[in-house]
Design a protein. Structure first.
Ligand code: C2E
Ligand code: MG
Ligand code: MG
Length: 620
């Protein structure tokens, strides 16, 4: 098929189309019944209400075509020809002898197009955004009368578009919270309903297909109900103007703490809701709630006032007990009430009341003990890249646990339970051994980083264990990096210093992980002989809008360089993060931009020239 030329006003035409907010919207009975009238009046088996997007034709309504035809490439559509001459009707009496169409699969195969007529549909400014099309399976002509009728119908189609645009604008007005620009309770009701319906079909599909997205559970939907503790008092004491300014900032912090695909809405004065669509890992909604809490650790500063706010968060999960919008909302409110009752700044999930929580923790602890016995953890590898050399630097080994009869559990969840049960050192030992064994089997000398929990510096004999593991696995110690967090240093300062020095004496490198996240003192850098410091991933996220994040990142890089310590940025997701870090002279980087943690070490995506260690490396 010969593709059509682009209309001379294509850019504006596409803008006009987008402003209609109609692409990919669900079926609309108004459009469907209009099209049924068109097909019947013009006596054709097939009719479509078609819009021409940048790359595709998309049917808002169809008569006589199965759903798989809803969208097809623009290059092979006749409609793209129709919009070039908006005042004329394009008629093809027999597609088999039409130069544009005869080679089209729609002619040689279903729906076996022979006769075609199309007339442009204009928006209110006169842009030809699509066409009204009629199609028949046998060749025929279009009478003058029918030609006039098709043109008239296409004008009617234009007015349908106007009505659609108007009702969209009205809905937006009704559904937006004027203060924060977020969706309001009306929007929430509609979005919640759609989300529950989608969760239902997604779960049904994954059960029927017997397949679940790799590493994820088909938990279709989570609803987080968020309330600012004591907000009424803020309004009472400081006035509504001040309260409004705080609310805007609260909305901004919430938005930064959630995933791009999560929906944030404002339901009441101090009440927000977050809808997370699955699939996600067990514990991921709770991890989001924790991330939100972390975003409120920094006090609000406004009008010379410093204000610390706490959030109560209730988490409800779509499931047997909550499979309708009303039930899910009730569950979220119940969890929020539980959280409030427990005091300010608490998170509760409905899945488990407090007692249930304890019981399920105990069971998880038991399963963790078994996993330690059987080395039942796996390792996901995430590349760390050298920004100067533009090559792979090393891999970080991240623990993963596929809990028997439950599926994958988020590290933040099982680590919390393991910490409570004093199991972290045992888990670290398993991961250390597995990671070193795997690295020793690689055909090159790429480095490997292993995370070590703070307990070691109170009760463990880390240097001895590491030395034993080096002997047992025959890994060259210079390839191993031990990652510790600041929490390890404060428990017993001199003990930590002694252990770190002993590790370095064996030839192992030491990395300070998550720098700047919690306690952050630049003085640690001068007092401990670190080889690498890793800037916590939250920095990357805040580089754009937080001058403190920029200042700390710059200071850490500068001080690191003065002390001969390499600086690694974590959580690098966007190109502009990378550009900023390169400008600042950051040495190393890790994040989704280069590669997600994966069961087999992958060569970092952005560095084509990176040496291809991954290809020769076997999975752990
Ligand atoms: P970490 O050591 O700071 O590891 C980096 C975490 O950030 C990993 O999460 C990784 O998946 C995630 N990440 C990496 N790149 C990006 C990115 O671009 N964007 C975002 N949003 N996240 C990114 P993960 O695997 O969930 O691990 C969480 C934490 O659990 C680790 O943080 C580490 O402190 C701990 N951990 C993992 N494995 C072990 C272990 O074997 N022993 C100990 N003690 N702790 C471990
Ligand atoms: Mg780490
Ligand atoms: Mg980290």
């Amino acid at each position: 098929m010969q593709p059509a030329y682009l209309p001379f006003n294509e850019t504006q035409r596409l803008e006009a189309l987008l402003e209609l907010h109609i692409l990919d919207t669900p079926a609309d009975p108004q459009f469907d019944s209009f099209l049924a009238v068109v097909a019947e009046s013009l006596n054709v088996p097939i009719a479509t209400f078609t819009l021409i997007d940048e790359e595709r034709q998309w049917h808002k309504a169809m008569v006589g075509l199965p759903a798989r035809f809803q969208e097809s490439p623009r290059a092979s559509s006749l409609c793209a020809h129709v919009i070039l001459a908006p005042d004329e009707t394009l008629v093809v009496e027999d597609a088999r002898s039409d130069a544009r169409m005869k080679a089209s699969p729609l002619v040689s195969g279903p729906p076996f197009i022979r006769f075609y007529a199309g007339h442009a549909i204009l928006d209110e400014s006169g842009f030809a955004v699509g066409a009204l099309e009629i199609i028949d399976h046998s060749p025929r002509t279009l009478s003058d009368e029918d030609r006039t009728m098709l043109a008239r119908f296409s004008r009617h189609a234009s007015s349908l578009l106007r009505v659609h645009k108007l009702s969209y604008a009205l809905r937006m007005q009704r559904e937006v919270d004027g203060l924060t620009g977020l969706g309001n309770r009306l929007a929430f009701n509609r979005i919640l309903e759609d989300a529950v319906a989608r969760a239902k079909t997604d779960i049904a599909a994954s059960l029927v297909g017997g397949k679940v997205v790799e590493g994820k559970l088909p938990e279709g939907l989570a609803l987080l109900s968020v309330d600012i503790d004591g907000f009424k008092k803020v309004n009472d004491v400081h006035g509504h103007g001040f309260g409004d300014a705080i609310l805007k900032d609260v909305a901004r912090r919430l938005r930064n703490a959630i995933r791009g695909s999560d929906r944030l809405l404002r339901l009441g004065s101090a009440e927000f809701a977050i809808l997370m669509a699955g699939p996600f890992l067990v514990g991921e909604p709770e991890a989001t709630a924790q991330r939100i809490h972390a975003a409120f650790v920094t006090p609000f500063e406004m009008d010379d006032l410093t204000l610390q706010l706490n959030l109560s968060i209730g988490v409800a999960l779509y499931g047997e007990q909550a499979d309708t919008p009303v039930m899910l909302l009730q569950q979220a409110h119940r969890a929020l009430a539980d959280a409030k009752q427990a005091g300010p700044g608490q998170i509760r999930t409905t899945r488990d009341g407090a007692a249930g929580n304890l019981r399920s923790d105990r069971r998880m602890e038991e399963d963790l003990r078994n996993a330690i016995e059987t080395e039942g953890f796996s390792i996901y590898w995430q590349p760390i890249v050298d920004l100067r050399r533009e090559e792979l630097h090393s891999y970080e080994a991240l623990a993963r646990w596929n809990r028997p009869d439950h599926g994958p559990v988020a590290p933040s969840t099982f680590i919390q339970v393991a910490e409570r049960g004093d199991l972290m050192m045992a888990i670290d030992k398993v991961i250390l051994r597995k990671a070193c064994r795997a690295a020793a089997s690689w055909t090159d000398t790429t480095g490997v980083s292993v995370n070590i929990s703070p307990e070691w510096f109170l009760a463990g004999h880390l240097p001895d264990i590491v030395a034993d593991t080096m002997r047992e696995t025959s890994l060259d110690p210079s390839r191993l990096r031990i990652e510790i967090t600041e929490g390890s240093l404060i428990r017993d300062f001199s003990r930590a210093l002694k252990d770190i020095e002993a590790l370095k004496a064996i030839g192992v490198q030491v990395t300070l992980d998550d720098f700047g996240f919690g306690l952050s003192s630049l003085s640690y850098l001068t007092e401990f002989p670190f080889d690498i410091i890793k800037l916590d991933g939250s920095f990357a996220r805040h580089l754009r809008d937080n001058s403190r994040a920029i200042a700390v990142a710059q200071a850490a890089i500068e001080l690191g360089h003065k002390l001969g310590i390499k600086v690694c940025a974590e959580g690098v997701e966007e190109l502009w993060h990378l550009e900023f870090l390169e400008q600042q002279g950051c040495d190393l980087a890790q994040g989704y931009l280069f590669g997600r943690p994966s069961p087999i070490p992958q060569v970092p995506g952005r560095w084509g020239k990176a040496k291809s260690a991954g290809s020769t490396i076997a999975a752990a």
